[in-house]
Design a protein around this ligand. Structure first.
Ligand code: HEM
Length: 379
C-alpha cells in the first residue's frame, strides 16, 4: 500500500513538474520594460526599505528610463515616467488602461465602487462622467461659486487676523472641499511664505485687477501671475504624485515594450513634471514659465493650460472632471486671502527654514511637512 501510494505520489509530482515546465517553456515571452532585480514572492518590496516611494521611483527613472517594470510582491507594476509615453497610454490606447485597481480603501471611499472615482471603465462610467461634467459646467457659469468662496473666506480672514502667535494654516483649509484641493493649498501657502517676492507680485496684481471687489469671473483672465503661481505650484509640488494604479485590460504595448494583460500600470506624474525635456531648470520655482507676452511685451497672458508635460489633473478617459472647478475655486481662495492678508514664514515643525520635502499622505495625496506662518492685515 505504502509502495503504491508512493508510486501514485511520484506520478502526480511528475505530472505537475511536466505541466509547470511545459508552461514555462511555452509561455508567451514579453519584451517587458527594464527594471530592478526582484525577489520571488517579495518582488521589489525590500527596495523601499529606508527610501521614500518618490525617491525610489526617481532613482529607477534615472537608471532604467521612461518605462520601468517592478514587482509589488508577485504583482507586476509598470511605471510610466515620461509624458509622451503617458500620452500614448491614456489617449491612443485609453481603453486598455482606464480601469483602476480595486483596493479596499477605494471601495470604502467610493461606497463599493459606485462613485465615478472607483467605477470600472465602460458605458455607465462615461454616462456618469458626462452628467457630472455638465452639472459642474452649469455651476461654474453662475456666480454661486465666487459668492460661496467669498462668504466662507470672510470669517476665516477675521479669525486669522486674531492669531497673535504663529499657526499652522492647514487648520483653516477645510474651506476647500476635496483632499486634492485642500492639499494643493497646503503647498501654495508654503510657496507664499517661502517666496515673499512671489507673494508681493501676486498682491500687486490683485490690487490692480480686483481692488476691493469680490474676486469673480470678470477678473480671472487678468489674474495671469496668480494663476501662473498656482500652475507652477501644482507642477513642482504635486499633491498626487502617482494617482491610482490601472489594471491593464489586454495584452498591449507601451513605449515600444510589450505589456501583459492584468499587469498594473502607474504614471509617475511628479517625475514628468520635473522632466528637463519640458521644464528647463525644473527644480526652480518660476511661475513666468507659464506666461507669454508679445515681442514688445504688451499683452501678457497665460501660456496654454494644455502645456505639454503639465498633467496634475491627469489626461485621457479618467482625467479629473473637477479640473475647471478646482482651478477657479483655488484662484478665488488665494486672491480673496491675499486681498486682505500677508503671510510670512515662522518655522517648520522640525526646522527653521522652509522645506518642500513630502511629508504625510492622505488618500492618494501628499502634503508638505507641518509648518507655521504668521499673518499681518493689509488694511
Ligand atoms: C487641485 C485639485 C485637484 C487635483 C490636483 C485633482 C487631481 C485628480 C487626478 C490626478 C485624478 C485622476 C486620478 C487617477 O488617475 O486615478 C482625478 C480624478 C477625479 N477628480 Fe480630481 N483633482 C482635483 C480636484 C477635484 C475636484 C474639486 C473634484 C470635484 C468636482 C474632483 C473630482 C474628480 C473625480 C470625480 C475624479 C475621478 C474621475 C474618473 O475616475 O473617471 N477633483 N483628480
Amino acid at each position: 500500500m505504502a509502495e503504491q501510494l508512493s508510486v501514485t505520489t511520484k506520478v502526480i509530482v511528475a505530472v505537475i513538474v511536466i505541466v509547470v515546465v511545459t508552461r514555462w517553456i511555452t509561455r508567451k515571452r514579453y519584451k517587458l520594460p527594464p527594471g530592478p532585480r526582484s525577489l520571488p514572492l517579495l518582488g521589489n518590496i525590500l527596495d523601499f526599505k529606508g527610501a521614500s516611494v518618490v525617491d525610489k521611483f526617481d532613482e529607477w527613472t534615472k537608471t532604467y528610463g521612461p518605462v520601468v517594470t517592478c514587482y509589488l510582491g508577485p504583482k507586476r507594476l509598470i511605471i510610466v515616467n515620461d509624458f509622451d509615453v503617458m500620452y500614448e497610454v491614456f489617449t491612443r490606447k485609453g481603453s486598455d488602461f482606464s480601469t483602476k485597481l480595486s483596493t479596499y480603501s477605494i471601495e470604502l471611499v467610493t461606497d463599493g465602487f459606485k462613485s465615478i472615482f472607483g467605477a470600472p471603465y465602460g458605458d455607465m462610467l462615461n454616462y456618469q462622467r458626462k452628467i457630472t461634467s455638465r452639472a459642474i459646467r452649469q455651476y461654474l457659469t453662475g456666480d454661486q461659486l465666487e459668492q460661496r468662496v467669498y462668504e466662507t473666506l470672510q470669517p476665516i480672514i477675521e479669525n486669522m487676523k486674531q492669531e497673535s502667535a504663529a499657526f499652522n494654516p492647514h487648520r483653516y483649509l477645510s474651506l476647500a472641499g476635496v483632499d486634492t484641493s485642500r492639499h494643493t493649498l497646503d503647498w501654495l501657502f508654503l510657496v507664499l511664505v517661502a517666496y515673499p517676492d512671489v507673494q508681493k507680485k501676486m498682491q500687486e496684481e490683485i490690487d490692480r485687477v480686483v481692488g476691493d471687489a469680490v474676486p469673480g469671473k470678470e477678473h480671472r483672465s487678468k489674474l495671469v501671475y496668480n494663476e501662473a503661481v498656482l500652475m507652477e505650484t501644482m507642477r513642482l509640488y504635486y499633491v498626487a504624485p502617482f494617482a491610482v494604479p490601472r489594471v491593464v485590460q489586454r495584452d498591449t504595448t507601451v513605449g515600444g515594450y510589450e505589456i501583459p494583460a492584468k499587469s498594473l500600470l502607474l504614471t509617475n506624474n511628479l517625475t514628468m513634471m520635473r522632466d528637463p525635456k519640458f521644464w528647463p531648470e525644473p527644480f526652480e520655482f518660476r511661475p513666468e514659465r507659464f506666461i507669454s507676452s508679445n515681442e514688445d511685451g504688451t499683452e501678457i497672458k497665460l501660456a496654454s493650460y494644455r502645456h505639454e508635460g503639465w498633467a496634475p489633473f491627469q489626461i485621457g478617459h479618467r482625467n479629473c472632471i473637477g479640473e475647471s472647478l478646482a482651478k477657479l475655486e483655488l484662484v478665488y481662495v488665494i486672491t480673496g486671502l491675499l486681498q486682505k492678508l500677508t503671510f510670512s514664514f515662522a518655522r517648520m515643525e522640525d526646522g527653521e527654514t522652509p522645506c518642500f520635502d513630502y511629508g504625510t499622505s492622505g488618500f492618494a495625496t501628499m502634503t508638505p511637512k507641518p509648518y507655521y506662518v504668521k499673518v499681518t492685515s493689509r488694511s
